[in-house]
Ligand binder design. Structure first.
Ligand code: HEC
Length: 147
């Protein structure tokens, strides 16, 4: 009777598939993007509501729209600033007729939006004034019958 001699086991070849799932970073930023992924909401509100007249860095347009950089009404009493921006109640530091332009009123913005927007204006363009809170906005609004 013959003896069965087992062969050495055959090595199995594995095919290794390398799945190149490289996160194709190659993302180019969208044309015209500022590069800021999520600009702060106060800055966004400024762009939407104020930049057309007061310009990117709050420099204004001489004789037409005042600057917001280093301006007394901007960095001064928050309630006076709110009264002007929301209702057009003129601050003492802004004589009538100094600028040719006319500014709209913004009482229709939400308390939170006005707080974010004016805090942005008070802490940018070289300004370093204290923030404005939604509670301050609500207080100014309530004093005028909630309009
Ligand atoms: C259509 C143009 C226009 C837009 C938009 C505009 N403003 Fe004005 N702003 C003016 C003009 C014009 C004046 C001066 C008006 C006057 O003296 O009657 C002024 C004045 C001001 C002042 C007083 C400046 C000072 O010298 O005391 C502040 C503060 C101000 N604007 C903030 C804002 C903010 C904040 C926004 C956005 C929510 C805004 N403005 C949007 C035109 C504009």
């Amino acid at each position: 009777m013959s003896r069965f001699v087992p062969h050495a086991g055959r090595a199995c070849a594995f095919v290794v598939l390398v799945l190149a799932l490289a996160a194709c970073g190659g993302g180019e930023s969208a044309p015209g993007s500022t590069g800021a992924a999520a600009p702060d909401p106060g800055a966004r509100l400024y762009v939407q509501n104020c930049i057309a007249c007061h310009q990117r860095n709050g420099e204004g347009v001489p004789g037409v729209q005042p600057a917001l950089a280093g301006t007394a009404s901007v960095v001064g009493d928050p309630r006076a600033l709110l009264a002007w921006v929301m209702y057009g109640e003129r601050p003492a530091s802004l004589p009538k007729g100094a600028y040719r332009g006319v500014m709209p009123h913004y009482a229709y913005l939400k308390d939170e939006e006005l707080a974010l927007l004016l805090t942005h204006v008070r802490t940018n363009f070289g300004n370093a004034a204290a923030p404005i809170t939604p509670a301050m906005v609500a207080e100014v609004r309530a004093a005028r019958g909630g309009r």
